[in-house]
Design a protein around this ligand. Sequence first.
Ligand SMILES: Nc1ncnc2c1ncn2[C@@H]1O[C@H](COP(=O)(O)OP(=O)(O)OP(=O)(O)O)[C@@H](O)[C@H]1O
Ligand SMILES: [Mg+2]
Length: 504
Amino acid sequence: MSDSKENVNDGKPTELTFAIGENINGFKLVKKIDEGGFGQVFKVTNDDKTFYAMKLESNFQEGGSAIKLEINVLNQLPKDTVFPKFICGGKKIRFHYLVLELLGDNLKTLKARSVNPEVWSDGTWSRIGIQCLYAMKKMHEAGFVHRDLKPNNFAIGLNTANEIRSRRVLLFDFGLARKFIQRKSGSAISKRTEKQKFKLKTTQSRPTTGPSRQLKKKQTLSISNMKFKQNITHQVLTGPRGIPDVSQRTAEERPDEELFEFRKPRPHTDFRGTHQYASPNAHLLKELGRHDDIWSLMYMIAEFFVELPWSNNEDIPVEDLKNQASLLRIFSDEKNPGRLTSEMRRQLNEIDRMLKSLNYYEYPNYELVYQFLKDSMIKSKVDWDTPFDWELTGSSEKARSNGNRQAKQDTWKNPKNFFKVSRWEKLPMPTISPPASTKVLHALPNNVSRYKKADFEKDFEKRGKQMSKEDSADGEEVNPVVKAPTPAQKSLRNLPDATESKKG
Ligand SMILES: Nc1ncnc2c1ncn2[C@@H]1O[C@H](COP(=O)(O)OP(=O)(O)OP(=O)(O)O)[C@@H](O)[C@H]1O
Ligand SMILES: [Mg+2]
């Protein structure tokens, strides 16, 4: 049994402390990787040879644990190299845990330990941007928007004995993800088939070197206690398409447009995401779509290029700065104006126009973003083997000294049509545009948007990760321990930095 300790405040446990060497469900805690107000991430092992990452979140924090939701999302994402492998997860009396493939440093850390920690060279941000765009679109193809894209939610992999993974970027932290499509009523697959496939999936997900029989039993129990209603969706999502004889099709063989429909956007929502990277729509409390993820991605890439205008501006509300600044303006480097070609400047303006004009249902032009990044890669004369900025410091494993290890044929290096087509393009779009939430904003007190980050941090040290039926990844109640938001949480919708505030 775990000997983790609770800190108690007013009789209520507030946070859990875990000791290095402690055993949680057969996994020994080796080292703390990260800690925030909401959870802790540890390097763990079950055999002293194979290492994983374990994320732990207290069940007693406001809004409950987001891990249950995260496991639900991980089970619906394709088993792809751009998402960490899901090993197991479950619920204990005091906390939820999630065991994942162990990754390397996140992009924020990599930038900080690069030759120039202020900005990345064009050859680095362009190639990293392409990989991030690829991972994000993979998630969209599975029917999810991430809603919290930022440098610390992408990380490079770790090399294995026969595979180079340290030059590959993976996307994680699905605690705020939301589905934008749903299965049409009447298109459900029989419960028996669903159960069978789910069983298969959890079996595959277990570590090959499992700690004990008892542990495996417990894992199966804790996982099956969660509602994996949508688990089967993944199987269908990757199912065959375009089968000619419609009458002979099984549910799995029907094309996506017959099986799925857009999930309706809500008139307004609570703020979701991280202040620094949230799209202007997130500040307007609109339901976020695929284009909002692209928007966050563009802010993130711009920050690799040059400092964001709102990074050190405490006086003007960040949403005002975002509204004033076009992407071209954000991507301007006064010291070195020649970094972008005129074609790239044109592309940025077009991306800007696209992001401002799209609604929740519309398919964003990923290819346009890809071309912008690819053009920068060409201009800086790098290829995929050129060292990244953090590989030039001497402390990293060098790209070219990887012995017999093979780099997989990564699709983003030659994406062909990947960024041009969408599997959801045939889904009928409602004719009425989704409702905006401007009314809500107008109803807010004037001073709310003037709230400074420092005040916010004093007021609200925790992220509003509370999930309701409406906000969950698949539309069903995923977390029975959800509590009503506190007044401070309610105010989160208007306040900056919902996530960053928990860290220094
Ligand atoms: N599988 C992993 N392998 C290695 N490190 C990881 C892994 N998962 C998470 N981390 C590290 O822990 C940090 C926090 O993890 P994660 O983003 O999942 O949690 P979080 O509490 O939701 O964080 P935040 O709210 O700050 O985004 C990551 O930025 C990363 O540095
Ligand atoms: Mg994170």
